[in-house]
Design a protein around this ligand. Structure first.
Ligand SMILES: Cc1cc2nc3c(=O)[nH]c(=O)nc-3n(C[C@H](O)[C@H](O)[C@H](O)COP(=O)(O)OP(=O)(O)OC[C@H]3O[C@@H](n4cnc5c(N)ncnc54)[C@H](O)[C@@H]3O)c2cc1C
Length: 474
């Protein structure tokens, strides 16, 4: 018989001990609470040895374990398939409940159903809670009870629904001795898990709730001017909190509550971005087909030529379009890409190189530290015009004018494409348009030091329009 005094909290994308819904409920329910984390082989087995995210998770878990140890407890580490590991641990610890925070990705939903089923067979309850979003599932619907698929009315309804209740923090204050330990289940090293140790601090990435707090405090100073700075990749404008939101090392309620209270123009714009995050989460939950195919049926028949050489050049940051190359090199080197650049790079792949957005989506999924299925899929479908509230197919970013507008002095380009550093602020956006004298003076031979453009934007634009018109049937 399960021991009705023991609960197991299963940590997943919520690697913190404060304002944590499942931990709060566990501490209210049972006098003895265990905490566990599974290094999930079904996910890890497909990742490269140098994956930065595994280092981020590993270090965040180390901090969590250290915090728990200060309270006389520990984080119990497992390595395997959670469908097997969690029920086995629940049996071993003889708990009555397993509690966790809800995950809305299709694979995670399937996994949790299997875990719940196995636990049920052993007489153990599986309870999940809303934690990583403000509103989930059916909480924000249209008046006719259907999900929103356009952002602005969703945002208005979201704001209308928001009351202080939804922003309350979940206090997680254990009684002395309530957080339990067993002595085994130590944290495996990254090498034991099959991964290399990546120096994240070298890339200014600070994991765990300590890193989240540091990043957040730094951003609060800049929040009032966020609306003016957020679009310029050479400026430290955005929050850089996406990886912390992804792994739950910071609480979304804390951020939204602060933005609402602060109320400046910057805070309001930033709040909108956090609402986009909820928006895409509910889109994926209501329309799981979007994870694999165009949200809009019209565009499910798009046929992309998918030139493999162009795809390789895009991935490597060698397209000959400096802003696109700088963006891709930022991604490859740091695991982060500025939002404006994500839009430019994605639009370029789909509408200049005529490559299926899913190939770009998959590359971002492999490289982004903050990779999140809902936001990444939403961002790609928006850029590709296939999404729920996407940019119309005929609105095609011009990579040169985007570069001139958002990196006017070429500061960001110079950082990531140093071979062009000596070009003038004017020439750096389209080096092939510079005079041979200027190129020679800057020490640039196109095709040798830096690629000539692999496509002509004007020509590709027309082809993209034809492609989309054909899919729409004329
Ligand atoms: C093609 C493409 C792919 C993207 N892939 C991802 C992804 O895998 N993971 C991810 O978190 N975001 C993704 N985004 C959204 C956005 O680019 C990032 O959230 C943002 O750049 C992260 O940096 P930040 O934390 O400094 O953002 P800030 O500007 O400080 O924004 C604050 C937070 O709001 C959320 N947010 C901001 N913009 C969006 C958006 N458009 N959609 C959903 N949430 C948003 C993020 O959680 C972000 O951390 C993508 C956008 C595009 C166009």
């Amino acid at each position: 018989m399960p021991d009705h005094s023991a609960i197991l909290v299963w940590f997943r994308r919520d690697l913190r001990l404060h304002d944590h819904a499942a931990l709060y409920h566990a501490l209210r329910t049972g006098p003895k609470v265990y905490c566990a984390f599974v290094f999930d082989t079904t996910i890890l087995s497909s990742l490269p040895r140098q994956d930065k995210r595994v280092s981020f998770i590993w270090e965040s878990c180390r901090q969590l374990d250290a915090e728990l140890r200060q309270a006389g407890s520990q984080l119990l580490f497992l390595h395997g398939d959670p469908v097997r590991e969690i029920p086995a641990l629940a049996r071993q610890l003889n708990v009555s409940h397993v509690m966790c925070n809800r995950d809305y990705e299709p694979d995670a939903i399937r996994r949790d159903e299997q875990v719940a089923h196995a636990l049920q067979a052993a007489g153990v309850r599986f309870d999940s809670y809303k934690d990583q979003v403000i509103f989930e599932q059916d909480e924000v619907l249209t008046q006719s009870g259907t999900p929103y698929s356009v952002f602005t009315p969703y945002k208005n309804a979201w704001l209308k629904r928001l009351t202080p209740f939804f922003l309350q923090s979940y206090p997680c204050r254990p009684a002395p001795g309530q957080l339990a330990a067993t002595g085994n289940y130590q944290q495996p090293s990254l090498t034991e898990l099959g991964f290399e140790v990546i120096d994240l601090a070298a890339g200014h990435i600070f994991p765990g709730s300590q890193g989240a707090e540091k990043t957040w405090l730094d951003f609060t100073q800049r929040l009032p001017v966020y609306h003016q700075t957020r679009d310029f990749p050479a400026i430290k404008g955005p929050s850089y909190l996406s990886v912390h939101l992804r792994f739950g090392t910071i609480s979304i309620r804390q951020l939204v509550a602060f933005a609402v209270q602060e109320g400046s123009a910057g805070a309001q714009t930033w709040l909108s971005e956090l609402i986009w995050r909820d928006f895409y989460h509910q889109i994926l939950w209501h329309f799981p087909h979007a994870a694999t195919t165009a949200f809009k049926a019209d565009y499910q028949s798009l046929v992309f030529p998918n030139n493999p050489h162009w795809l390789a050049a895009w991935k490597a940051g060698q397209t000959g379009y400096p802003i696109v190359d700088a963006a891709m090199r930022q991604l490859n080197q740091s695991g982060y890409m500025h939002n404006r650049l994500r839009m430019i790079a994605a639009s370029f792949l789909v509408k200049d190189l005529l490559i299926d957005w899913r190939l770009g989506e998959a590359y971002f999924a492999e490289k982004l530290l903050d990779f999140d299925l809902a936001a990444n899929n939403g961002g790609w479908q928006w850029s590709a015009s296939t999404g729920c509230d996407a940019q119309p197919y005929f609105r095609i970013f011009n990579p040169i004018s985007q570069s001139e507008k958002f990196d006017a002095a070429g500061k960001f380009i110079r950082r990531y494409v140093p071979e062009l550093a000596n070009l003038s602020d004017k020439a750096i956006h389209a080096p092939w348009q510079a005079s041979p004298i200027e190129l020679a003076a800057a020490g640039v031979t196109l095709g040798k030091d830096y690629p000539a453009p692999i496509v002509d934007h004007g020509v590709q634009r027309v082809q993209a329009l034809d492609l989309f018109k054909a899919a729409k049937g004329g």
